[in-house]
Design a binder for this molecule. Sequence first.
Ligand code: PMP
Length: 306
Amino acid sequence: MDLSKNQGSIWLDGRMVDWQEANVHVLTHTLHYGVGVFEGVRAYNTPKGPSIFRLQDHTDRLFKSAGIVNMEIPYAKETINNAHIDVVNLNNLEESYIRPMCFYGSEGMGLRADNLKVHTMVAAWEWPSYMEPEAREKGIKVKVSSYKRQVRNPVSSAKVNGNYVNSIVALNEALEAGFDEALLLDEEENVAEGSGENFFIVKNGILKTPDLEASLDGITRRTIIQLAKDMGMEVEIIKIKLHDVLESDEAFFTGTAAEVVPINSVNNESLGNGSRGPITEILQSTYFDQVRGLRDENSNWHSYVR
Ligand code: PMP
């Protein structure tokens, strides 16, 4: 798949441009230094047509990330929300992945450049499954990464382009060793998150997830915490060590792209029953019912596009 060859329209700086024309110059500041902010958003088919899941929360996080790197987005949040809705509609998409990004232009080079324009793009395309479709049932094999997540650094906990160098080298290390995903520890040896997913374990019926000192405030994480609490499950936000993971009954990752993915082993040590656990299964199926508009609860999480 070469995304640049797609047909359709991309929202760029306030207007729709032809997919092939949505280009930037090689001296684009963000391309050189990684100072940019972005989101990964999904639209799902629901009985009321396509709906963008938790759009306002994604847009709020985009602006929060921008604030952390002192980037001023030159649009109102509502304009960005509408751009998402328009790209899904104009490209006739139903289930789709949506990528907004704010990045600096090529008005200056060097770390001291201060005259940079902020550009904003929103693109959408079909991207059905981030991992192998069977992974939802069978689970995935995870390798503890040799790369670490920084602790208590607001920049590294925001959705900033440059942070993804660490995620990508960690993921590639895991893939090259025959695993499906990396699990990153932080500099203090607490479990942090995956390369692009938050992390959960289940022990004696209690759902546990790391605090946000070394991980992104994931919107899927927030969703799962709320769905679990609504079901009457106990949820603990705590430091998790690797031995807690190895002794857990179940473990899974969450993310907009990855959705809810069971973890069946860590460093080739089998977890729990070695496949998707019962609590993971119920949270996963409730999540899919929620995003697909099959539940009455949390209707404010839906932004219908037509
Ligand atoms: N952690 C990282 C590093 C991520 O890139 C993502 C994906 N945005 C997540 C966690 C999950 O966040 P969300 O559920 O908001 O997609």
